[in-house]
Design a binder for this molecule. Structure first.
Ligand SMILES: *Cc1c(COP(=O)(O)O)cnc(C)c1O
Length: 371
């Protein structure tokens, strides 16, 4: 074990992915703008490797405890995973996953490339029943946007025991609160766009795996599929990653406070946040997660029109989609035609940022009043 492996995540985020030290050596990796390399080396060409990606890969890899590849977006990383499955492979996945993944799996299913089985991942028995014949179990937890929690340790162990591959989208939870590779998952994917980069200025993805043969196939998929990240984006993402643990801790503390205040607001019908002691997911989440994240959702006693007006009435919180940045964002999820019909009309998803919690709360209260 190298000394690095004993370091804690707050330190790894700061110390990993740096050039080797030496007199006048760079502290930060450069933005390496090269398509072309002199012959005879290991990289060979700009689509095969890049010094700035490598630095970011080392840092994400240190946090996720597994060698990592970065991609041009979260969806590019996810597409690379599905691209290496044999034709007709069964993929069992959450029926309430990220909308892009739902669409991609639906398309792959319709065209006959894979067979998608959608399950409620918070219902362990339902997932276990769908496992026989599954080539890949695709898990996302907590789920978007109702924050249900899958029993990751149990589901990963069960899938591995019967020979299925397991991939986990760890975007919402982040490696600070759960590390699926250490629970036995084969692949972890991230939309680096969200918490890891954290400043709403980069679109990027990653995948990590401790299985060298699998990682080599995925690296080939990136080389040949061509969904490579830009060096400038990789550099920005790494700069953002340095403060990821700090940002995440603050956002998470804000989320806990806002979730509990929302629970007793008269206009709010229900709050979905696994950190609340009364949340239906709390006990399971607390059994294996080190925190509860910084995304929460709530429904109103009124309809979708009113929920839209609430989102439009804020001045501190930005009315926008996405999550994981330093700034708080909210939106009514059903404003998207592609959102699942199982999501309540009035459900507002709030990605809690790093602002002062009292400013956020005052903004929420005035928005609920004004609308
Ligand atoms: C945003 C997101 C993605 C897609 O990532 P992009 O970087 O937008 O391509 C995948 N999964 C989850 C959970 C996300 O939130």
């Amino acid at each position: 074990m190298s000394p690095k492996e004993t370091l804690r995540p707050e330190t790894l985020a700061i110390s990993s992915g740096r050039p080797a030290p030496g007199p006048d050596a760079l502290l930060n990796p450069p933005i390496a703008l090269n398509s072309t390399f002199h012959a005879g080396g290991e990289v060979g060409y700009g689509r095969y490797g890049n010094e700035t990606w490598t630095a970011l890969e080392e840092a994400i890899g240190a946090l996720e405890s597994g060698p990592t590849l970065v991609f041009s977006s979260g969806m590019a990383a996810i597409s690379a995973v599905f691209s290496i499955l044999p034709v007709g492979a069964v993929v069992t996945a959450s029926n309430q996953g990220y909308s892009g993944v739902m669409t991609l799996l639906g398309n792959l299913h319709t065209s006959g490339k894979i067979e998608a089985r959608f399950v409620d991942v918070s219902n362990t028995e339902e997932v276990l029943a769908a496992l026989p014949g599954t080539a890949l179990l695709w898990l996302e937890s907590p789920t978007n946007p109702t924050l249900t929690v899958a029993d990751l340790p149990r589901l990963i162990a069960a899938a591995k025991a019967q020979g299925s591959g397991v991939a986990v989208d760890n975007t919402f939870a982040t490696p600070l609160i759960q590390q699926p590779l250490l629970m036995g998952a084969d692949i972890v994917v991230h939309s680096v766009t969200k918490y890891l980069a954290g400043h709403s200025d980069v679109v990027m993805g990653s995948l990590s795996s401790r299985d060298p043969a699998l990682l080599a196939r995925l690296e080939d998929a990136r080389k040949i599929g061509g969904a490579i990240a830009g060096p400038f984006e990789a550099w920005l993402a790494l700069r953002g990653l340095r403060t990821f643990p700090l940002r995440f801790e603050r956002a998470q503390a804000n989320a806990m406070e806002i979730a509990s205040r929302l629970s007793s607001h008269p206009k709010v019908a229900e709050v979905f946040y696994p950190g609340l002691p009364g949340d239906r997911q709390h006990e399971r989440a607390a059994s294996f997660m080190k925190g509860f994240g910084a995304v929460l959702s709530f429904t109103l006693h009124s309809d979708g029109v009113h929920a839209d007006r609430v989102c439009e009435s804020s001045s501190v919180i930005t009315y926008a989609t996405s999550l994981g940045g330093i700034e708080s964002l909210w939106e009514r999820r059903r404003r998207w035609a592609g959102e699942s019909m199982t999501v309540p009309e009035s459900l507002v998803r709030l990605s809690v940022g790093c602002e002062n919690v009292e400013d956020l709360w005052e903004d929420i209260v005035q928005s609920l009043e004004k609308a």
